[in-house]
Design a protein around this ligand. Structure first.
Ligand SMILES: Cc1cc2nc3c(=O)[nH]c(=O)nc-3n(C[C@H](O)[C@H](O)[C@H](O)COP(=O)(O)O)c2cc1C
Length: 75
Protein backbone atom coordinates (compact mmCIF):
# COMPACT_ATOMS: atom_id res chain seq x y z
CA UNK A 1 0.00 0.00 0.00
CA UNK A 2 2.74 2.51 0.84
CA UNK A 3 4.18 2.19 -2.68
CA UNK A 4 0.77 2.78 -4.26
CA UNK A 5 0.52 6.37 -5.55
CA UNK A 6 -3.23 6.28 -4.88
CA UNK A 7 -2.37 6.13 -1.19
CA UNK A 8 -0.55 9.47 -1.36
CA UNK A 9 -3.50 10.98 -3.23
CA UNK A 10 -5.94 9.72 -0.58
CA UNK A 11 -3.77 11.23 2.13
CA UNK A 12 -4.05 14.66 0.48
CA UNK A 13 -7.84 14.53 0.53
CA UNK A 14 -8.48 13.57 4.17
CA UNK A 15 -7.91 15.37 7.48
CA UNK A 16 -8.37 12.30 9.69
CA UNK A 17 -5.95 9.47 8.95
CA UNK A 18 -5.61 6.00 10.47
CA UNK A 19 -2.04 4.84 9.99
CA UNK A 20 -1.24 1.19 10.75
CA UNK A 21 1.97 -0.81 10.48
CA UNK A 22 3.69 -3.86 12.03
CA UNK A 23 6.53 -3.29 14.47
CA UNK A 24 9.85 -4.55 13.11
CA UNK A 25 12.73 -4.77 15.58
CA UNK A 26 10.95 -2.36 17.97
CA UNK A 27 10.87 0.21 15.18
CA UNK A 28 9.10 1.22 11.99
CA UNK A 29 9.62 -0.95 8.92
CA UNK A 30 11.90 0.97 6.53
CA UNK A 31 9.17 1.19 3.88
CA UNK A 32 6.86 2.90 6.39
CA UNK A 33 9.55 5.37 7.45
CA UNK A 34 10.13 6.24 3.78
CA UNK A 35 6.40 6.71 3.21
CA UNK A 36 6.15 9.18 6.09
CA UNK A 37 9.19 11.14 4.91
CA UNK A 38 8.10 11.20 1.26
CA UNK A 39 4.59 12.33 2.24
CA UNK A 40 5.51 14.56 5.16
CA UNK A 41 3.87 17.64 3.65
CA UNK A 42 0.60 15.77 3.28
CA UNK A 43 0.53 14.74 6.94
CA UNK A 44 0.86 18.33 8.14
CA UNK A 45 -2.12 19.55 10.19
CA UNK A 46 -3.87 16.17 10.02
CA UNK A 47 -5.27 14.09 12.88
CA UNK A 48 -3.31 10.84 12.71
CA UNK A 49 -4.46 7.81 14.70
CA UNK A 50 -1.61 5.30 14.81
CA UNK A 51 -1.98 1.53 15.19
CA UNK A 52 1.17 -0.57 15.58
CA UNK A 53 0.75 -4.35 15.55
CA UNK A 54 3.34 -6.54 17.27
CA UNK A 55 4.15 -10.07 18.33
CA UNK A 56 5.53 -9.83 21.86
CA UNK A 57 7.30 -6.51 22.45
CA UNK A 58 6.68 -3.33 20.50
CA UNK A 59 9.28 -1.15 22.20
CA UNK A 60 7.83 2.26 21.45
CA UNK A 61 5.73 0.99 18.55
CA UNK A 62 3.35 3.89 17.95
CA UNK A 63 5.80 6.47 19.31
CA UNK A 64 8.25 5.77 16.48
CA UNK A 65 5.86 7.20 13.88
CA UNK A 66 4.39 9.82 16.23
CA UNK A 67 7.82 11.34 16.86
CA UNK A 68 8.67 11.59 13.16
CA UNK A 69 5.27 13.11 12.38
CA UNK A 70 5.49 15.68 15.17
CA UNK A 71 9.04 16.56 14.13
CA UNK A 72 7.83 17.32 10.58
CA UNK A 73 4.90 19.27 12.06
CA UNK A 74 7.30 21.59 13.90
CA UNK A 75 9.38 22.38 10.80
C1 LIG B 1 11.49 -8.58 10.41
C2 LIG B 1 10.48 -8.61 11.54
C3 LIG B 1 10.78 -7.99 12.76
C4 LIG B 1 9.86 -8.02 13.81
N1 LIG B 1 10.17 -7.41 14.98
C5 LIG B 1 9.26 -7.44 16.01
C6 LIG B 1 9.56 -6.81 17.27
O1 LIG B 1 10.61 -6.21 17.48
N2 LIG B 1 8.64 -6.90 18.26
C7 LIG B 1 7.44 -7.55 18.10
O2 LIG B 1 6.67 -7.59 19.04
N3 LIG B 1 7.11 -8.12 16.91
C8 LIG B 1 8.00 -8.09 15.87
N4 LIG B 1 7.68 -8.68 14.67
C9 LIG B 1 6.35 -9.28 14.50
C10 LIG B 1 5.42 -8.34 13.72
O3 LIG B 1 5.26 -7.10 14.39
C11 LIG B 1 4.06 -9.03 13.55
O4 LIG B 1 4.26 -10.14 12.75
C12 LIG B 1 3.09 -8.08 12.91
O5 LIG B 1 2.71 -7.10 13.84
C13 LIG B 1 1.84 -8.77 12.37
O6 LIG B 1 1.25 -9.58 13.34
P1 LIG B 1 0.85 -11.08 12.96
O7 LIG B 1 2.11 -11.78 12.56
O8 LIG B 1 0.24 -11.63 14.24
O9 LIG B 1 -0.14 -10.95 11.85
C14 LIG B 1 8.61 -8.68 13.63
C15 LIG B 1 8.31 -9.27 12.40
C16 LIG B 1 9.24 -9.26 11.38
C17 LIG B 1 8.89 -9.93 10.06
Amino acid sequence: MTRDEACSELLKRHDDVVFAYPVYFSDLPQIVREFICENSANFRGKNVFIIATMEIFSGDGTGCAARILSEWERR
